[in-house]
Design a protein. Structure first.
Length: 745
């Protein structure tokens, strides 16, 4: 049996969103999240592969790691097997578009035996599940070809349910085939609508603004009416409705043929990996097994040399989802992609777009990668349901391209305030700069400007170096504890700021949102616990308060077997006050309208996420705050209620929530078209055009040496000027200025 000692557990230490110690290796995501394992499921072959000789070793390693080294140290028994079985079925056929109820019932005999199979080193459920899936996929492949060979009747008053959670497994083949017919009908309607938009382009619908990216220079979104961005050229669009439907069916047939071809060639270890990951995900969502192909992606990311777009990806149902953007990466700088976007197709250069629905995440990563300076075009489905085409020039992802930046902000009737935007906690071995040192330098420059208070903006900051979060916290508090870490055996470590004194002693606001995670939460939580700052934000932060380690299984076996790596949760963060950031995150003292309130993000949304917990607080001295938080919150609420931009943002959030809840769509063409046009109109009417609004205050950046770049129209512009102009129109910063003024009274 493999033994995983401290040598292997200390190979790489990573926390959520790349939080780590400065002495460890930093992982930079460039095209996908290397620690997101492929979802189990639709990757069957035409004949079942022979058992992989690595299976027994991997099974034993899984048991030992989960039971002995994981934070929970859970016993893998019959009860957990049943949870893992449900997870396995969901991953095998998450859309309920492949397996019949009888198939699921047949696999049910394994429901409480997964633990026994792991101990025996023979994962029978994985192999039987793949064999059944092979059979059903071959059947569905024939149906799809048959259904797309003839025109659909779009006059029938039928509907389709889009939320698989509201569906039950089909009981007969006829029921499953009808489910596919409706799905294909909807896809034809969507493709025809896109072609019609090219012939008679409507006014582009506004994309709802998302707070948390004050440094991103948003460009004009490309929609179906852009000739050169991967949309169907006008010359290739048939002039008749019948012709457009025929083209839509032909394009779909080609796309599905490619999908089924991909599904027919699984890797040899896939059946084993699928079941192992179902077990791991049932313990916690961040513990995953990465087979050799995914380990190769991970290794590239660890070297930091990957040329791509700078987006962290994950599998979500049949799609690849944009989970987060790497500050300073190509997609972050281009400005059109947002967390929650689903990738529909990818085109490299001037090549034809390739459908990537139901594609393995590692295959999508390969398509997104490419030489620096070349263009990759993504067709994405926004959370609104609308689709956009986004062209991004590939580049080497260097997190240091997005350093902390500061400005002096003045508003009529108020004193001058300082503003610092920290996009990530960057730095580490070999880096020329680190975020903590940069912030300390900027604080010194702002003190020289005699600012009356400071806004520290960590919206959209997914984390980074833990050491920097501690040092940055120490810039605002005297020496003392900043965060606590506890492992599975209850061993606790208190990490402290040991520097006497502070770099700034005036009023302080930390601005957060739902995308502030990891090190951002440690910083905000510490300053809140010390009563040093008022936390202002759009709601609770991300809420991932656990630490992961990467265990190289190949190294553990002495290189005799190519197994891949295991990402294992081993520790948990706790705030100075003893509360965990897990699930709950950091709740702002003052809550402002959330433009992304309709998105299902955060640790609390993940199945089997570890629970919130609490330990004893660490002794510390509170800051002598002079403000009353209840009074501040009351005054802020009064102002927010009168702000027209915030009113529209709140209205848009409610509209988007209602739209997401309405998951039934008509397949009758008139009703489908009416709903599509109505949705676009309502979203456009509710979306605040922040870029067109007048400036709310004046901004004088401290950095006068920003690079000059060309915008999408070829016009030379300063990235610093774009940053300044976006900042001056930001209503969340505007309200933070008002709160700072209230804090001084």
């Amino acid at each position: 049996m493999l033994r995983f000692n401290a040598l292997f557990l200390c190979t790489f230490i990573l926390t959520s969103c790349l939080t780590e110690s400065r002495s460890s290796v930093q992982a930079h995501a460039a095209a996908a999240n290397p620690t997101t394992a492929p979802a189990a499921g639709a990757r069957p072959g035409k004949s079942p592969p022979l058992p992989d000789p690595r299976e027994a070793t991997l099974a034993r390693a899984t048991l030992e790691l989960l039971e002995s080294e994981h934070l929970l140290r859970k016993r893998i028994d019959d009860a957990l097997s049943q949870v893992a079985f449900a997870t396995y079925l969901d991953r095998l056929d998450n859309g309920k578009m492949l397996l019949l109820k009888t198939d699921r019932d047949a696999l049910g005999k394994h429901a409480d035996k997964i633990d026994d199979q792991l101990r025996a080193g023979s994962l029978e459920l994985g192999h039987e599940g793949q064999r059944i899936l092979n059979k059903r996929v071959a059947m569905v492949e024939a149906w799809v070809a048959e259904l797309l060979a003839s025109p659909f009747d779009h006059t029938n008053q039928e509907e389709i349910e889009l939320d698989p959670k509201k569906l039950t497994a089909a009981t007969t083949e006829a029921e499953l085939k009808d489910r596919w017919r409706r799905r294909l009908e909807l896809e034809v309607l969507e493709r025809v609508a896109q072609m019609q938009a090219r012939l008679q382009p409507p006014k582009p619908a506004k994309t709802p603004a998302v707070a948390g990216a004050p440094g991103r220079p948003k460009e004009k979104a490309k929609d179906a009416d852009d000739e050169d961005q991967g949309a169907t050229p006008l010359a290739k669009i048939p002039k008749t409705p019948e012709g457009r439907q025929a083209k839509a069916r032909a394009d779909l047939a080609k796309a599905y043929a490619a999908r089924f071809t991909r599904m027919a060639h699984p890797a040899k270890v896939d059946a084993t990996a699928d079941l192992v990951n179902a077990v791991a995900a049932s313990v916690d969502p961040h513990t995953t097994y990465l087979p050799p192909a995914d380990k190769a992606n991970f290794d590239i990311h660890m070297r930091g040399s990957l040329e791509g777009i700078g987006a962290v990806l994950r599998e979500k149902d049949d799609y690849i989802e944009i989970l987060e953007l790497v500050p300073g990466g190509a997609a972050w700088r281009q400005g059109q992609l947002d967390p929650g976007d689903l990738i529909v197709s990818i085109a490299s250069g001037r090549q034809e777009p390739i459908d990537v629905v139901n594609m393995r995440i590692d295959e999508v990563v390969k398509m997104i990668r490419g030489p620096k300076g070349t263009v990759v075009t993504l067709r994405v489905r926004k959370p609104t349901g609308l689709q956009e085409t986004v062209a991004i020039t590939r580049d080497i992802v260097v997190v240091g391209e997005a350093y902390a930046r500061a400005a002096v902000i003045t508003k009529k009737g108020q004193p001058a305030y300082g503003y610092i935007h920290v996009p990530s906690f960057y730095g580490g071995q070999g880096s020329p700069r680190d975020s903590a040192s940069d912030v300390r330098r900027l604080l010194g420059e702002l003190r020289a400007q005699k600012v009356a208070g400071i806004i520290l903006d960590v919206r959209g900051n997914g984390g980074g170096l833990l050491d920097d979060a501690i040092e940055m916290s120490g810039a605002f508090i005297d020496k003392g504890p900043v965060v606590q870490v506890q492992d599975s055996r209850g061993r606790r470590q208190v990490l402290t700021d040991d520097t006497v004194g502070v770099d700034f002693a005036g009023p302080l606001i930390v601005l957060v949102d739902r995308f502030s995670a990891s090190a951002s939460e440690i910083l905000a939580g510490a300053l809140q616990d010390y009563r040093r700052a008022v936390i202002v934000g759009t709601g609770p932060t991300h809420g991932k308060g656990t630490v992961q380690t990467i265990i190289d299984l190949d190294r553990a076996t002495g290189g005799k077997l190519e197994l891949g790596v295991f990402k294992l949760t081993i520790q948990q963060f706790f705030r100075v006050g003893g509360s965990s950031t897990q699930r709950k995150g950091v709740t702002p003292d003052i809550v402002l309208p959330d433009p992304a309130g309709y998105l299902e993000t955060g640790e609390r949304e993940l199945e089997h996420a570890l629970p919130w917990s609490q330990i004893e607080p660490a002794e510390h001295d509170d800051w002598p705050a002079t403000w009353n938080q209840a009074t501040l919150a009351g005054k802020s609420a009064t102002r927010v209620a009168k702000d027209t931009a915030f009113a529209r943002i709140s209205k848009l959030t409610q509209l988007m929530k209602a739209r997401k809840a309405d998951t039934r769509v008509s397949l009758a063409e008139p009703e489908f078209t009416k709903r599509r046009e109505q949705d676009r109109a309502e979203i456009a009417a509710a979306s605040p055009d922040l870029e067109a609004a007048p400036p709310r205050f004046s901004v004088v950046p401290l950095d006068k040496q920003a690079p000059v770049v060309a915008d999408s129209n070829g016009k030379k512009d300063s990235r610093l000027a774009k940053w300044r102009d976006n900042l001056a129109r930001d209503p969340w910063i505007d309200e933070s200025l008002n709160i700072l003024t209230d804090m001084k009274k």
